[in-house]
Structure formats: structure tokens, C-alpha cells
Design a protein around this ligand. Structure first.
Ligand SMILES: NC(=O)c1ccc[n+]([C@@H]2O[C@H](COP(=O)([O-])OP(=O)(O)OC[C@H]3O[C@@H](n4cnc5c(N)ncnc54)[C@H](O)[C@@H]3O)[C@@H](O)[C@H]2O)c1
Length: 390
């Protein structure tokens, strides 16, 4: 199939910060890695209200034709088929619902809504319009995570007993970091819950089993920060008035999963020394499997040898190869690594197939709702100091 015979998918992006740029790169590279993709993305419109030249820079780098300040103009634009929702959390629901009502497909960054009620509103609009809606649970797309999921499902590590999920980061560890939208309930909803625990909750449910019950503790270790300048990215220092941090920096949780196994989940955005320390370890009756984002293409696996030497079944490293997930669309050999941007190309491929076939693939807005319901239960458990069932 030549490029010109592949129908176009015209894309508008709302919010051109980090994720907006990652979505733009993923869609631009789609046909390089998936030449048989049924639709050819074309970046048509970008909306961002930052008081700088970022939409002009977006046009220069990616060829956007329509540079827009108000997202309302983008979501109803005749030349847009797919809307990427990559602004701050407080605009996700309004942008997503308006775009779905205008008949556009959606690629919504996690955590979708600020609460499960907002995410449910997006689901209702998507279902009413009959459009496709992907969610940015990119860690599902890691080839080594595909292998971990297969190992657990195959019984190679026996029956799962317990899982450890840790999503630790230092991105807000600097007490001088700006009081950006991420720290305000009105703008972000929850704190590290929506930001990192949404990924962790999705990962444990994707690799092991659904969550049945949980008990949670939350803490805010840095209670005040200086205000952000308009348009500041979240790594910038604060420069204005001191204000309150309204959501949590840290979460610890005990989970009971639907398969009867147990899990511990811990997440922080203020953990000094931890840069993207995201991972999952699953322990079974005859082995264990462990994945760490910082060594994304590796899996540590331990299995009891056939003689039953439980006490000496050491971990060995297995490297992701062309047979794992979609690695072969990027690299030809085992232990030839891929990176974060490639996870988003895989996400884009699944969304484009969903749009062309009408059959959802990959993480959808329904998975975002499932994760949001876990987050709501975590808030309830923490506020009321009790176990909560899902
Ligand atoms: N999937 C992942 O791994 C991942 C990683 C990072 C962020 N995210 C999610 O992506 C979203 C964006 O995060 P980010 O890190 O890119 O943030 P960011 O601050 O880098 O970018 C947000 C952009 O939105 C723009 N914006 C703000 N208000 C707007 C409005 N009303 N209309 C149009 N544009 C507006 C800002 O000017 C900025 O350019 C968040 O929901 C976040 O949770 C997901």
C-alpha cells in the first residue's frame, strides 16, 4: 500500500507540553514503524493557551496548519478526526466530552477525569457518539511487560501469592518547585494518586488480576510551595506567593486481588534519589518475575527447577526480543532496546487500528474508568481509615 492510497487521519492536539509533543512524535512516526497501518495520521491543528510561541514552534517542527488558543475551536474543527487531550487534568473532561459530541475520536492522557465521576462522563459521551477513545497507560505497551503478563498467565511461576508495585519519583522533591496545576485539587484532582498510582493500578490489574479490596494511607510531605509563572512546565521553580499543596505526595496501599493474592503498592512524587523508579514484582508458589522501567527491556525471572530446589532458584535476566509484544516493529534483535517514545507509537498503532476497525485495542477510556474507581476507593479508604471493597 503506498502512502498516498492510505486514508488520512487528521489530528488535533490540545496542550502542547511534554505529552502533546510525545503524541505528535508518535503519530508522525507511525507509518515508519507500521507501514501497513490502515490510516495515515496528519497533524492538522494544535491548541495551547501558553503565553509563549509554543504553537508556532509546533507548526515549525510538525507542520500543524491551524494554531489555536481556545481548545473549543479545535474540538469542533471540520478538518480534525482525532483529538489528543494532553493538557492539564482539569481540562480533560470538558475537552473530551465536547470532542466526542462533535464525533471526534479521542486519545486522552491519564488520569482522564479528575475523579471517576468525570471519567464516567467521558465514557458516556464516547459511547453515545460511537467513537474510539484510547488512554495513556503506556507501561502496558512495554514488550517485557507483555512477557511478564504471559509468564504469570502461563503458570510458569506457579500460583501468584503476592505482588509489589512501586511507582517512585523525585519530580516534586524540590521544595522550591513551582505550585503548578498538579498540586491544586481544582486543577489536578488527586496528587500522586492520579499521576502515578493510576499507572500502577492499571499495571497490577493488567499483569496479575483485578483489585477486590484495599486499605490506604496518604501523606503530603511538602505542604506549601511558591506559585508558578503562567505557562511554566512542572520542573520549573516557583516565583510567586506561597500557597497550599492540596493533594497527596505519597501513597501506601495494601491490596487484595480478585485471584486471592495480595499486593503492596507504594508511590511518591517527592522521593529523593528515585528517578522513574517504576516497577512490578510478582511472587508465585514456584517462582517470581520482576520488571523495572529503568531497565525497560529486561525481565528478572526466577523459577524453581524441576528437582524442586526452592532455596536456590536464583533470579536470571531475560531480555525482551522480537517475539515479545511489538518490539519487532522497532528493532530486529534481542536486547536491542526501545524507549519511552516507542511505547506511545505502540499506543498510537492500537488506537489507529481501533478507529479503522471499530474494535477497541489497547488501553481504552473504560480502563481509565476502572483505574479511576480504584483511586476513588483509595481516597475513601485513606479519609475514613478503613478497608474498602471495589
Ligand atoms: N502517560 C504518561 O506517562 C504521562 C506522562 C506525563 C504526563 N501525563 C499526563 O499528560 C497530561 C499533560 O501532562 P504534561 O506533563 O504534558 O504537562 P505540561 O505541563 O508539560 O503540558 C500541559 C500543556 O497544556 C497547556 N494548557 C494548559 N491549559 C490549557 C488550555 N486551557 N487549553 C490548551 N492548552 C492548555 C499548557 O500550556 C502546556 O503546554 C496530564 O494529564 C498528565 O497526567 C501522562
Amino acid at each position: 500500500m503506498t502512502e498516498t492510497s492510505t486514508p488520512e487521519l487528521r489530528v488535533g492536539i490540545v496542550g502542547f507540553g511534554w505529552m502533546g509533543q510525545v503524541h505528535a512524535r508518535a503519530l508522525s512516526r507511525l507509518l515508519q514503524h507500521y507501514p501497513e497501518a490502515p490510516l495515515r495520521p496528519r497533524l492538522v491543528a494544535v491548541a495551547d493557551n501558553a503565553p509563549d510561541d509554543r504553537t508556532q514552534r509546533a507548526a515549525a517542527a510538525y507542520g500543524f496548519e491551524h494554531l489555536i488558543t481556545d481548545w473549543r475551536e479545535l474540538v469542533t474543527h471540520d478538518e480534525v478526526d482525532l483529538v489528543c487531550i494532553t493538557g492539564p487534568n482539569f481540562i480533560h473532561r470538558d475537552v473530551a466530552v465536547a470532542a466526542a459530541r462533535a464525533g471526534k475520536h479521542l486519545w486522552v492522557e491519564k488520569p482522564a477525569g479528575r475523579s471517576s465521576a468525570e471519567t464516567a462522563e467521558i465514557v458516556a459521551a464516547v459511547e453515545a457518539a460511537g467513537v474510539q477513545a484510547a488512554t495513556g497507560f503506556n507501561y502496558r505497551n512495554v514488550p517485557a511487560v507483555d512477557r511478564a503478563r504471559e509468564i504469570v498467565a502461563s503458570g510458569r511461576i506457579g500460583e501468584v501469592e503476592h505482588t509489589i508495585v512501586r511507582f517512585l519519583a523525585d519530580y516534586s522533591a524540590d521544595p522550591d518547585a513551582a505550585l503548578s496545576w498538579r498540586f491544586r485539587t481544582e486543577h489536578s484532582g488527586t496528587g500522586v494518586l492520579g499521576d502515578l498510582v493510576s499507572h500502577a493500578a492499571d499495571l497490577v490489574q493488567h499483569v496479575v488480576a483485578g483489585i477486590d479490596e484495599l486499605v490506604v494511607d496518604r501523606a503530603t510531605f511538602i505542604p506549601q510551595r511558591r506559585a508558578a509563572l503562567p505557562g511554566a512546565m512542572h520542573y520549573e521553580k516557583g516565583a510567586g506567593e506561597l500557597g497550599d499543596v492540596e493533594n497527596e505526595d505519597y501513597v501506601s496501599a495494601l491490596l487484595r486481588l480478585k485471584d486471592g493474592s495480595r499486593a503492596i503498592l507504594e508511590s511518591s512524587r517527592v522521593a529523593v534519589g528515585e528517578q522513574n523508579t517504576y516497577g512490578i514484582e510478582v511472587h508465585g508458589t514456584r517462582g517470581a518475575v520482576a520488571w523495572d522501567f529503568r531497565r525497560m527491556n529486561e525481565l528478572r525471572v526466577s523459577t524453581v527447577p524441576s528437582g524442586g530446589d526452592y532455596l536456590n532458584s536464583f533470579y536470571a535476566t531475560e531480555y525482551a526480543g522480537p517475539g515479545d509484544g511489538e518490539l519487532s516493529s522497532f528493532q530486529p534483535g534481542t536486547n536491542n532496546p526501545i524507549g519511552f517514545d516507542e511505547l506511545k507509537i505502540i499506543e498510537a498503532r492500537r488506537l489507529v487500528e481501533s478507529i479503522a476497525s471499530g474494535k477497541p485495542q489497547g488501553a481504552t477510556i473504560h480502563d481509565a474508568l476502572a483505574a479511576a474507581q480504584v483511586l476513588d476507593a483509595m481516597v475513601e479508604s485513606s479519609d475514613e481509615r478503613k478497608w474498602v471493597s471495589l
